[in-house]
Design a protein around this ligand. Structure first.
Ligand SMILES: [Zn+2]
Length: 386
């Protein structure tokens, strides 16, 4: 009996590995798959036939041959399954459609200030349903909604424990989803963003994602060991801690006795490096701050210099603790590109061990990150089940 189940496990693992590989490539041959994954040709043939029958891969013409018989090209069927991510922020709702490719297929962001009342939840439900109707043609293909929120998410208790940005404490998931039909999974916004940032990388790596939005958060991704286990769920890649607060770097103390933080303490990192700190200088419009900065506004240049100095201290501290890549994300992250070298220099000056600060990288997405990461939870769950 034991042996039989081992055998089934091995087959399932092989099939999953082959599917993951094909899912990331276009037009590849069975010998190429066999070579890349160190699996025998008969195993690959057998599993590809199973995946063809499941509709997850397709024959895609023939490949140029270097002699001998032409090989059949195999491609993934990305739209076999898809999902929607919803990012709830204080003033907006962002929606993303993705499929098995893990790419953003459609993104929209609507102004909708959050209110903990039924009119808001009704509007949220209507937006979710409309977006689904527009983007997902076959009900069968739809896996569900992933919902990201700026706060502490407790999946075991099925509630948002606390969200400063939304001004709520202990609100159950079902309150948010009362007008949404379909499977839903909740996730913290910084955790979701971190997942999205590195999901499509071929080389798995560990990272710390810094979310520099109106509040400051972070997420710790342990991607390299999670990838070696095909059965992992997306949250297995996150270090969540004992109380689901792992990565809450916003409330580490940066300046003892410093400025007052909204959390009630003094000198938190959040006070010095939130997006609001800069946006408040331009009536809440962060984009305008960076436009003015580029035009040479002396006052803003001074503010930005100071901001980068504080950020460099935190980045260097995190590098010392985690020794991994640090992704500068959130609203400020989407404007960091022109200043990344300056930030690297400042961080390198503080570093005891290394002069090279190329471990600091700008994020690749702007506003759609958290919604994408939320949607990817369903995609990863499905891929793990293949
Ligand atoms: Zn604080």
């Amino acid at each position: 009996m034991r042996r039989l189940s081992n055998n089934i496990d091995v087959k399932r693992r092989n099939r999953n590995q082959i599917f993951r590989y094909v899912n990331k490539h276009q037009r590849i041959s069975k010998p190429e798959i066999s070579h890349a994954l160190h699996l025998s040709i008969p195993t690959v043939l057998h599993m590809i036939n199973e995946l063809l029958a499941m509709g997850l891969v397709k024959k895609d013409g023939e490949l140029q041959s270097t002699g001998g018989r032409k090989a059949v090209a195999i491609s993934p069927v990305h739209d076999k399954k898809s999902s929607i991510g919803i990012d709830i922020t204080r003033n907006h709702i962002g929606l993303v459609h993705t499929d098995l490719s893990g790419q953003v297929l459609k993104y929209t962001r609507l102004s909708k200030p959050y209110k903990n009342d039924s009119a808001y939840y009704k509007a949220l439900g209507a937006m979710a349903m409309d977006f689904k109707k527009e983007n997902i043609k076959e009900e069968d293909a739809f896996l569900g909604y992933g919902i990201s929120v700026p706060g502490i998410v407790e999946p075991e208790m099925e509630r948002i424990k606390h969200s400063h940005a939304l001004g709520i404490t202990n609100v159950a998931f079902h309150v948010f989803t009362q007008y949404i039909s379909g499977d839903t999974i909740f996730i913290n916004d910084a955790n979701a963003a971190a997942i999205a940032e590195i999901y499509n990388d071929d080389q798995p790596y560990d990272a710390l994602y810094l979310s520099l939005s109106n509040s400051v958060g972070g997420a710790i991704i342990k991607n390299s060991d999670a990838r070696s286990n095909e059965d992992n769920q997306i949250h297995d890649r996150l270090y969540l801690g004992d109380n689901w607060r792992g990565g809450e770097v916003g409330h580490t103390t940066l300046v003892p006795g410093g400025e007052k933080c909204y959390c009630g303490k003094n000198g938190c990192f959040d006070v010095y490096c939130s997006a609001e700190k800069l946006a408040n200088l331009t009536e809440g419009k962060l984009g305008i701050f960076f436009e003015e900065l580029e035009k040479g506004n002396k006052n803003f240049q001074k503010m930005w210099e100071e901001y980068l100095e504080y950020l460099a201290i935190q980045v260097n501290n995190l590098r010392m603790i985690f020794d991994c890549k640090i992704i500068i994300g959130g609203y400020v992250g989407s404007f960091i590109d022109p200043s990344i070298e300056k930030l690297r220099e400042k961080a390198a000056k503080r570093n005891t061990f290394e002069k090279d600060a190329s471990y600091i990288v700008p994020c690749r997405y702007r506003y759609e990150t958290s919604a994408l990461g939320a949607a990817l939870q369903h995609i990863e769950k499905y891929i793990s089940s293949v």
